[in-house]
Write a protein that binds this ligand. Structure first.
Ligand code: DX5
Ligand code: ZN
Length: 222
Protein backbone atom coordinates (compact mmCIF):
# COMPACT_ATOMS: atom_id res chain seq x y z
CA UNK A 1 0.00 0.00 0.00
CA UNK A 2 1.61 3.27 -1.07
CA UNK A 3 1.38 6.21 1.30
CA UNK A 4 2.01 9.90 0.76
CA UNK A 5 4.10 11.76 3.35
CA UNK A 6 3.78 15.52 2.86
CA UNK A 7 7.06 17.21 3.81
CA UNK A 8 6.41 20.43 5.70
CA UNK A 9 9.76 21.85 4.55
CA UNK A 10 7.91 23.47 1.64
CA UNK A 11 4.85 24.51 3.67
CA UNK A 12 3.98 27.99 4.92
CA UNK A 13 5.37 27.83 8.46
CA UNK A 14 3.15 30.66 9.64
CA UNK A 15 0.12 28.46 8.92
CA UNK A 16 1.52 25.04 9.65
CA UNK A 17 -1.57 23.50 11.27
CA UNK A 18 -3.77 24.56 8.33
CA UNK A 19 -1.23 23.36 5.79
CA UNK A 20 -0.95 19.95 7.46
CA UNK A 21 -4.74 19.65 7.70
CA UNK A 22 -5.07 20.42 3.98
CA UNK A 23 -2.43 17.85 3.04
CA UNK A 24 -4.24 15.31 5.19
CA UNK A 25 -7.56 16.02 3.45
CA UNK A 26 -5.71 15.39 0.18
CA UNK A 27 -4.69 11.92 1.35
CA UNK A 28 -1.41 12.38 3.24
CA UNK A 29 -1.18 9.73 5.98
CA UNK A 30 2.15 10.54 7.69
CA UNK A 31 3.72 14.00 8.14
CA UNK A 32 7.39 14.21 7.18
CA UNK A 33 9.40 16.62 9.34
CA UNK A 34 12.88 17.68 8.15
CA UNK A 35 15.29 18.52 10.95
CA UNK A 36 18.50 20.23 9.78
CA UNK A 37 21.37 21.49 11.89
CA UNK A 38 23.51 23.59 9.54
CA UNK A 39 26.41 21.15 10.04
CA UNK A 40 25.50 17.82 8.51
CA UNK A 41 23.54 19.70 5.85
CA UNK A 42 23.95 23.30 4.69
CA UNK A 43 20.60 24.50 6.01
CA UNK A 44 18.77 25.00 9.33
CA UNK A 45 15.11 24.19 9.94
CA UNK A 46 13.39 23.22 13.17
CA UNK A 47 13.63 21.11 16.30
CA UNK A 48 11.59 19.50 19.08
CA UNK A 49 9.44 22.58 19.94
CA UNK A 50 7.90 22.58 16.46
CA UNK A 51 7.35 18.81 16.67
CA UNK A 52 5.60 19.36 20.00
CA UNK A 53 3.25 21.92 18.44
CA UNK A 54 2.61 19.71 15.41
CA UNK A 55 1.75 16.86 17.77
CA UNK A 56 -1.18 18.91 19.03
CA UNK A 57 -2.22 19.94 15.52
CA UNK A 58 -2.57 16.48 13.91
CA UNK A 59 -3.26 12.88 14.83
CA UNK A 60 -1.14 11.60 11.93
CA UNK A 61 2.21 9.93 12.70
CA UNK A 62 5.15 12.36 12.64
CA UNK A 63 8.12 11.08 10.65
CA UNK A 64 11.19 13.00 11.85
CA UNK A 65 14.05 12.92 9.35
CA UNK A 66 17.13 13.92 11.34
CA UNK A 67 19.78 15.58 9.17
CA UNK A 68 21.92 16.37 12.19
CA UNK A 69 25.18 15.44 13.84
CA UNK A 70 25.15 13.93 17.35
CA UNK A 71 21.63 12.58 16.82
CA UNK A 72 21.79 10.50 20.02
CA UNK A 73 21.98 13.70 22.04
CA UNK A 74 18.65 14.93 20.64
CA UNK A 75 16.62 11.73 20.10
CA UNK A 76 15.10 11.76 23.64
CA UNK A 77 13.82 15.32 23.08
CA UNK A 78 12.07 14.19 19.88
CA UNK A 79 10.48 11.31 21.82
CA UNK A 80 9.24 13.76 24.48
CA UNK A 81 7.90 16.06 21.77
CA UNK A 82 5.76 13.27 20.32
CA UNK A 83 7.70 11.98 17.30
CA UNK A 84 6.50 8.59 16.02
CA UNK A 85 9.14 7.64 13.45
CA UNK A 86 12.75 8.81 13.66
CA UNK A 87 15.34 8.31 10.95
CA UNK A 88 19.08 8.89 11.24
CA UNK A 89 21.56 9.24 8.42
CA UNK A 90 24.09 6.45 7.88
CA UNK A 91 26.62 9.18 7.01
CA UNK A 92 26.04 11.16 10.23
CA UNK A 93 26.11 8.17 12.60
CA UNK A 94 29.25 7.00 14.30
CA UNK A 95 27.35 4.23 16.08
CA UNK A 96 24.30 3.56 13.97
CA UNK A 97 23.30 0.39 15.82
CA UNK A 98 23.26 2.29 19.12
CA UNK A 99 21.16 5.12 17.65
CA UNK A 100 18.58 2.70 16.23
CA UNK A 101 18.36 0.89 19.59
CA UNK A 102 17.87 4.20 21.38
CA UNK A 103 15.01 5.19 19.07
CA UNK A 104 13.29 1.83 19.57
CA UNK A 105 13.82 1.88 23.36
CA UNK A 106 12.04 5.23 23.48
CA UNK A 107 9.01 3.67 21.78
CA UNK A 108 9.50 5.16 18.30
CA UNK A 109 9.98 3.45 14.93
CA UNK A 110 13.66 3.50 13.91
CA UNK A 111 14.85 4.08 10.38
CA UNK A 112 18.10 4.66 8.51
CA UNK A 113 18.65 7.17 5.70
CA UNK A 114 21.06 6.80 2.80
CA UNK A 115 22.51 9.75 0.92
CA UNK A 116 22.58 9.37 -2.87
CA UNK A 117 26.26 8.34 -2.86
CA UNK A 118 25.89 5.64 -0.18
CA UNK A 119 25.29 2.09 -1.41
CA UNK A 120 22.63 -0.16 0.07
CA UNK A 121 25.12 -2.86 1.08
CA UNK A 122 26.41 -0.54 3.82
CA UNK A 123 23.29 -1.20 5.91
CA UNK A 124 22.68 -4.93 5.28
CA UNK A 125 23.50 -5.94 8.87
CA UNK A 126 21.13 -3.51 10.53
CA UNK A 127 18.15 -4.06 8.20
CA UNK A 128 16.39 -6.35 10.73
CA UNK A 129 16.31 -3.39 13.17
CA UNK A 130 14.57 -0.83 10.99
CA UNK A 131 10.94 0.04 10.36
CA UNK A 132 11.95 1.60 7.05
CA UNK A 133 14.91 2.63 4.93
CA UNK A 134 14.83 6.16 3.56
CA UNK A 135 16.50 6.49 0.18
CA UNK A 136 17.49 10.10 -0.48
CA UNK A 137 16.92 10.84 -4.13
CA UNK A 138 18.45 14.33 -3.84
CA UNK A 139 21.31 15.56 -1.66
CA UNK A 140 19.67 16.48 1.64
CA UNK A 141 19.30 20.10 2.66
CA UNK A 142 16.75 21.72 0.37
CA UNK A 143 13.37 21.15 -1.19
CA UNK A 144 12.58 21.42 -4.87
CA UNK A 145 15.70 19.69 -6.25
CA UNK A 146 15.90 17.42 -9.26
CA UNK A 147 15.35 13.67 -8.74
CA UNK A 148 18.57 11.63 -9.06
CA UNK A 149 17.78 8.79 -11.46
CA UNK A 150 20.09 6.11 -10.06
CA UNK A 151 18.02 6.16 -6.86
CA UNK A 152 15.62 3.86 -8.69
CA UNK A 153 18.31 1.16 -8.78
CA UNK A 154 18.88 1.50 -5.05
CA UNK A 155 15.16 1.06 -4.40
CA UNK A 156 15.16 -2.10 -6.53
CA UNK A 157 18.24 -3.45 -4.75
CA UNK A 158 16.66 -2.82 -1.34
CA UNK A 159 13.43 -4.55 -2.37
CA UNK A 160 15.52 -7.55 -3.49
CA UNK A 161 17.50 -7.62 -0.23
CA UNK A 162 14.26 -7.46 1.74
CA UNK A 163 12.98 -10.51 -0.06
CA UNK A 164 16.26 -12.44 0.25
CA UNK A 165 16.49 -11.72 3.97
CA UNK A 166 12.78 -12.38 4.64
CA UNK A 167 12.26 -8.94 6.18
CA UNK A 168 9.35 -6.50 6.14
CA UNK A 169 10.93 -3.03 6.36
CA UNK A 170 9.33 -0.39 4.17
CA UNK A 171 11.10 1.67 1.53
CA UNK A 172 10.73 5.45 1.69
CA UNK A 173 11.90 7.89 -0.96
CA UNK A 174 12.63 11.57 -0.39
CA UNK A 175 13.58 14.22 -2.93
CA UNK A 176 12.10 15.15 -6.28
CA UNK A 177 9.01 12.98 -5.84
CA UNK A 178 6.56 14.62 -8.26
CA UNK A 179 4.12 13.90 -11.06
CA UNK A 180 6.87 13.12 -13.57
CA UNK A 181 8.80 10.72 -11.28
CA UNK A 182 6.28 9.08 -8.98
CA UNK A 183 5.23 6.21 -11.24
CA UNK A 184 8.80 5.01 -11.76
CA UNK A 185 9.52 5.34 -8.03
CA UNK A 186 6.53 3.21 -7.08
CA UNK A 187 7.27 0.65 -9.79
CA UNK A 188 10.84 0.31 -8.48
CA UNK A 189 9.39 -0.80 -5.13
CA UNK A 190 9.02 2.24 -2.86
CA UNK A 191 5.84 2.55 -0.82
CA UNK A 192 6.44 5.60 1.40
CA UNK A 193 6.55 8.71 -0.77
CA UNK A 194 7.80 11.97 0.70
CA UNK A 195 6.86 15.09 -1.22
CA UNK A 196 7.45 18.70 -0.30
CA UNK A 197 7.42 20.93 -3.32
CA UNK A 198 4.92 18.77 -5.22
CA UNK A 199 2.40 19.09 -2.36
CA UNK A 200 2.98 22.58 -0.94
CA UNK A 201 4.87 24.43 -3.67
CA UNK A 202 1.86 25.75 -5.58
CA UNK A 203 -0.09 26.75 -2.46
CA UNK A 204 -2.78 24.09 -3.07
CA UNK A 205 -1.75 21.24 -0.77
CA UNK A 206 -5.10 19.44 -0.69
CA UNK A 207 -5.49 19.38 -4.46
CA UNK A 208 -1.85 18.57 -5.17
CA UNK A 209 -1.59 15.82 -2.54
CA UNK A 210 -4.69 14.21 -3.98
CA UNK A 211 -3.47 14.14 -7.58
CA UNK A 212 0.02 12.95 -6.64
CA UNK A 213 -1.35 10.12 -4.51
CA UNK A 214 -3.76 9.14 -7.29
CA UNK A 215 -0.85 8.90 -9.74
CA UNK A 216 1.12 6.79 -7.24
CA UNK A 217 -1.79 4.42 -6.64
CA UNK A 218 -2.39 4.02 -10.32
CA UNK A 219 1.28 3.10 -10.86
CA UNK A 220 0.99 0.57 -8.01
CA UNK A 221 -2.24 -0.87 -9.45
CA UNK A 222 -4.06 -0.06 -6.22
C1 DX5 B 1 15.43 17.48 1.68
C2 DX5 B 1 14.34 16.93 2.56
C3 DX5 B 1 13.06 16.61 1.88
C4 DX5 B 1 12.42 17.73 1.11
C5 DX5 B 1 12.01 17.14 -0.20
O1 DX5 B 1 16.63 17.42 2.35
O2 DX5 B 1 14.77 15.77 3.23
O3 DX5 B 1 12.13 16.00 2.76
O4 DX5 B 1 11.29 18.30 1.72
O5 DX5 B 1 11.62 18.15 -1.00
P1 DX5 B 1 11.02 17.95 -2.45
O6 DX5 B 1 9.88 16.98 -2.33
O7 DX5 B 1 10.61 19.32 -2.79
O8 DX5 B 1 12.14 17.43 -3.32
ZN1 ZN C 1 13.24 14.65 4.37
Amino acid sequence: MVELLPSILSADFAHLADQVAAAERGGGTVIHVDVMDGHFVPNITLGPPVVKSLRKATALPLDCHLMIENADQFIPAFADAGADWVSVHFEASRHLHRSLELIAQLGMKPAVVLNPATGVEAIREILPMVHHVLVMSVNPGFGGQKFIEFSLDKIRQLAKMRQELGLAFRIEVDGGVAHDTVARIVQAGADLLVAGNAVFGAGQPERDARTLLAAAREAANE
